[in-house]
Design a protein around this ligand. Structure first.
Ligand SMILES: Nc1ncnc2c1ncn2[C@@H]1O[C@H](COP(=O)(O)OP(=O)(O)OP(=O)(O)O)[C@@H](O)[C@H]1O
Length: 206
């Protein structure tokens, strides 16, 4: 629950948000759009709790598990390892090798791509490893910040399919209107320190 939330980065900085009031639950499926620098990524960081609201309150369910995808996650991959080894290290107590391979396969990473060092993978393939990791965490709420940067069409389509199959809540920030129109979601516009629902599809916003 986002209650009367206002946010600015510092006292001498402009307000990014004023008096936001809305709920997000496991049924929420939203794409945030708006001009560059308006505060879309900032809102995801507030929702996740990386940033603290300046005024108001964000109440999260005690057991809420949030998965946030952002570009910097790829930097955290150890490129000398394979995707399977990486997932086994992250989740030593669950699944095992075959399960990890299946998880990677769901995101279109197959065969040798699963077992070669990740330095031999393309940017798009490394994104697939990160998506498999995120989904293995089974979050209730998925926050996706510009997930299509560096992705080829095929990976974007795989991502859209995975997101549509994801059973929880989702907030997506993307400039890729093709992805947004493929994903089953409402469009919310961030502008003038407010967040408002767009009555129409993303193509009519464009
Ligand atoms: N750590 C920070 N400290 C101060 N100001 C910041 C910080 N991070 C972002 N900002 C500023 O806050 C505003 C909102 O940034 P944010 O990245 O949330 O916008 P955005 O809508 O996601 O942008 P884009 O569409 O370009 O990705 C921008 O003016 C940005 O310069």
């Amino acid at each position: 629950m986002v209650q009367n939330v206002s946010f600015r980065y510092a006292d001498d900085q402009p307000w990014i948000y004023k008096d936001l009031d809305f709920g997000i639950d496991l049924e929420t499926r939203v794409a945030l759009v708006g001009p560059n620098g308006v505060g879309k990524s900032t809102l995801l960081k507030l929702l996740e709790g990386e940033l603290t609201v300046t005024e108001g309150m964000i109440r999260r369910h005690n057991h809420l598990k949030i998965g946030r995808y952002h570009q910097h996650l790829k930097e955290w991959l150890d490129l000398s390892e394979s995707a399977v080894t990486h997932l086994l290290k992250c989740f030593p107590d669950t699944g095992g090798e075959e399960a990890m391979k299946r998880a990677l396969g769901q995101f279109g990473l197959t065969g040798k791509q699963q077992i070669c060092p990740m330095q031999n993978l393309s940017e798009g393939q490394r994104c697939r490893v990160v998506f498999a990791w995120l989904s293995w965490n089974s979050p209730h709420l998925l926050l996706l910040d510009e997930p299509t940067n560096h992705l080829d069409m095929e990976t974007i389509d795989a991502l859209a399919e995975a997101v549509n199959g994801f059973p929880g809540g989702m907030v997506l920030v993307s400039h890729d209107f093709r992805l947004i129109s493929q994903v089953n979601c409402e469009v919310w516009v961030c502008q003038d320190s407010r967040v408002e629902k767009w009555e129409g599809d993303v193509l009519s916003y464009k």
